[in-house]
Every structure is written in C-alpha cells, then in structure tokens.
Design a binder for this molecule. Structure first.
Ligand SMILES: Cc1cc2nc3c(=O)[nH]c(=O)nc-3n(C[C@H](O)[C@H](O)[C@H](O)COP(=O)(O)O)c2cc1C
Length: 155
C-alpha cells in the first residue's frame, strides 16, 4: 500500500471537499494519506514523499488559489528538487472561463518542468458539466495510485 501526500487549493471549498473525499477513499483502499495544512513546499521536498496528489480549483484568470500559492510560487522561484515525486493533479475549473483549469495546469507544468514524474492527467473537471467533483475524482486518483504502487512493487 502506498503513502500519499495530498494538498489542495480552493477558494469556495469545492476542491477542499473533493480532496477530503480523495483522502477518505484512498484510506478506505488501504493507503496512508498525509495532508499538510497549510500546504508547504517543505512537505514536497522531503525525499521520503513519493506520491503526491494535488487537487486545486482555478481563480482569477486561470490562477492558483491563495492557499496553494506559496507552494506554486516556491516551485517557480526556488526550483526545489522534486525529482523523487510521482504526482497527479486534479484540476477543477469552469469551461466558460478563458483559461480553463489554468490553476491546476500551471501546478502540473511546474512539477513536470522540475523533473517530477506525472502519473497521469491532469484530470480536468468542468463545473458546467459536473457539479459534484468529489464523486468523480477519487476513483481516478485511486486507479493511478494503485497502478503506481503495483509498478513499484514489481521494480
Ligand atoms: C472569480 C472566479 C474566477 C474563476 N476563474 C476560473 C478560471 O480562470 N478558469 C477556470 O477553469 N475556472 C475558473 N473559475 C471556476 C472555479 O475554478 C470552479 O467553479 C471551481 O469548481 C471552484 O472550486 P473552489 O470552490 O474549490 O474554489 C473561477 C471562478 C470564480 C468565482
């Protein structure tokens, strides 16, 4: 079973609720979840952290919510070593905005550019189509985590 670090960024609470449900379902599947609150870059650069899930909405014009901004800014400005991380981003957004899921995509790109390994996605959830992202995101995350931990066992 895997040890997963889960961080979230939210303005109105939908991404937090979705992260809550991802946490619940990962734990029900037998995984261990660490949920640093507030999310900090220190929680990611710890080399004992292997699996990272980020669940974030977008605000402004495709921007990262304030509560996740310190992590995103550190990724952009401090170039931390994150090559040990395998990660997946769940991006909540609304396709009526020009930069659909821009916040999640920005975090995903920043992690990839620093050499972290993308497990899949980002999973983009459109609020115009899906009003309960907490019913969709957990299964996608669990499948990726299960597959990553199976691959690790067979290394
Ligand atoms: C002021 C404002 C700006 C937003 N900007 C974007 C955006 O640029 N791109 C996008 O995909 N969604 C955007 N959204 C939609 C939210 O990301 C979406 O509704 C999300 O589900 C909200 O999650 P939260 O409650 O966790 O903040 C915006 C919403 C608001 C209210």
């Amino acid at each position: 079973m895997a040890k997963v670090t889960l961080i979230s960024g939210s303005v109105f609470g939908t991404a937090t609720l979705t992260a809550d449900e991802i946490e619940n379902q990962l734990e029900s599947a037998g995984h261990t979840v660490t949920r640093p609150d507030p999310a900090t870059i220190d929680a990611l650069i710890d080399e004992s952290v292997e699996l990272l899930v980020v669940c974030t909405s977008s605000t402004g014009n495709g921007d990262v919510p304030d509560d996740l901004l310190p992590v995103y800014a550190a990724l952009l400005n401090e170039f931390p070593r994150v090559t040990h991380l395998k990660y997946a981003v769940v991006a909540l957004g609304d396709s009526s905005y020009e930069n659909f899921c821009g916040g999640g995509i920005a975090v995903d790109n920043a992690l990839a550019e620093l050499g972290a390994t993308r497990l899949g996605g980002p999973m983009k959830i459109d609020a115009t189509e899906i009003t309960e992202p907490e019913e969709h995101a957990p299964l996608w995350v669990i499948q990726l985590i299960n597959s990553a931990s199976t691959n690790r066992t067979s290394d």
